[in-house]
Design a binder for this molecule. Structure first.
Ligand SMILES: [Zn+2]
Length: 419
């Protein structure tokens, strides 16, 4: 991992997300939850003793536009560099979601062989390959060079770039206006939301629609999903903040769909001169009535998050005392936030198994718990398996039952429960 000083901003902490709202520019950000200083979730330890760089993990909210946000301490090049070890196609839940999404979009937008589907942060190309199967032209733009190469090898045309206005101009002159621009689970990862949105606006004519999927901040608040706060998520989107940013670039939010992904996500539709669906005002109203702009609701959220962290810590201590062999399943980012918030007791997990060969043999950032292959479960006879990526818990539980039929299976979010 490159730890060169030019990739650190710690000495010149950006005000964006820290004291200035990155969506609306308000200087009135309020602290919601301080999770201390944690390592970056994609920087795995090579040894158990390794000391990794840590950075503040402190979420604030803008009372003006409702955007949740983290300050910037590290350049995105360090977070999303070419060894970023997450491959979307490793999860069957996500591949299934991609297949349904492509088919829905084909029907809704009457896509055909003349239609270009552009995906921003296209990862290993798993979503675009579904669009290829239904016969559209595709183009991916992906900043992580290793996953971009995997996409190209699979036959998905992919540019290795960080997307923004400059890249949009080049893309427009070479490929023209896309029919669909997909920015799923990426908008939160962009420190400069305005440059990114300006790029989408450059590529968007009256025949283009932009589809942005992102976890719902209202559900994060209601279900206390504090473990989805990590450095890669600079922003926690709301319909209020998406609308504010879109309008600043001549785009309109014209529809919001509700999805079950990531515990509850919104699909925001942006475009030019579109009929506005009632779902926009409904979502804005739901955000207000859920307490998005109510400091007391956020104080309750922080207290519930702390109770959840204490609850997992007590459970781990209790399992250790009773002589249990407790292991984790899924080396997910959200698990790292949770385990690092729990602290020393997280080491009760003897190891965590994960299907990604890139993570096996390494150590979880911060907790330094070893990552092993899932097959280890069948020989090690664990008493308890804690699933860390709770959003795909059912998929993983089936796998655990086949590998370790005697083990009790647990999920820690939204509250600790046995499956
Ligand atoms: Zn704001």
């Amino acid at each position: 991992m490159p730890h060169s000083t030019e990739l650190l901003l710690s000495d010149l902490i950006s005000e964006r997300g820290h004291s200035i709202c990155r969506a609306c520019g308000s200087r009135d950000l309020k602290s919601v939850l301080d999770l201390g200083s944690q390592p970056l979730p994609s920087e795995y330890g090579i040894t158990a003793e390794e000391t990794l760089d840590t950075f503040p993990l402190h979420m604030r909210i803008c009372p003006n536009c409702g955007l949740g946000q983290l300050g910037e301490y590290v350049l995105p090049e360090r977070i999303f560099h070419d060894t970023y070890p997450y491959l979307s196609s490793a999860s069957s839940t996500w591949v299934d979601h991609a297949r349904k999404y492509a088919s829905l979009m084909k029907e809704k937008l009457s896509l055909n062989s003349d239609s270009l589907v552009l995906e921003l942060a296209s990862n290993d190309g798993y979503l675009l390959s579904e669009f290829q199967k239904i016969g559209t032209s595709v183009l991916g733009i992906e900043p992580a060079s290793n996953v971009a190469s995997i996409a190209r090898e699979a036959g998905v045309p992919t540019l290795t770039e960080f997307f923004g206005a400059e890249v949009a101009e080049k893309t427009l002159s070479r490929y023209g206006h896309p029919k669909l621009i997909v920015a799923n689970n990426v908008f939160a990862h962009i420190p400069d939301m305005h440059d990114f949105t300006e790029g989408m606006a450059i590529l968007c004519d009256e025949n283009t629609v932009i589809s942005i999927e992102n976890p719902s901040f209202t559900i994060l608040l209601q279900n206390t999903l504090f473990d989805t706060i990590y450095h890669e998520h600079y922003s926690y989107l709301t319909a209020h903040s998406v609308q504010a940013v879109a309008n600043a670039h001549g785009l309109e939010l014209f529809q919001v769909d509700k999805l079950v992904t990531h515990g509850g996500s919104n699909r925001y539709w942006l475009g030019r001169s579109k009929d506005k669906s009632d779902t926009v005002e409904q979502t804005l109203e739901e955000e207000r009535s859920a307490g998005l702009f109510d400091p007391m609701k956020w104080m309750d959220f922080a207290n519930r998050a702390k109770a959840s962290i204490d609850g997992l810590e007590k459970w781990l201590i209790e399992r250790k005392k009773s002589g249990g062999i407790v292991v984790g399943y899924g080396a997910a980012h959200k698990g790292n936030t949770f385990l690092n918030a729990v602290g020393e007791s997280s080491k009760t997990l003897k190891y965590v198994v994960d299907a990604s060969g890139e993570k096996q043999g390494k150590f979880l950032p911060g907790s330094q718990i070893p990552v092993l292959e899932p097959e280890k479960l069948s020989s090690a006879d664990p008493t308890d398996v804690l699933i860390l990526p709770w959003n795909i818990a059912e998929e993983l539980a089936d796998r655990i039952r086949s590998l370790a039929p005697k083990a009790r299976i647990w999920v820690a979010q939204p509250s600790l429960r046995e499956l």
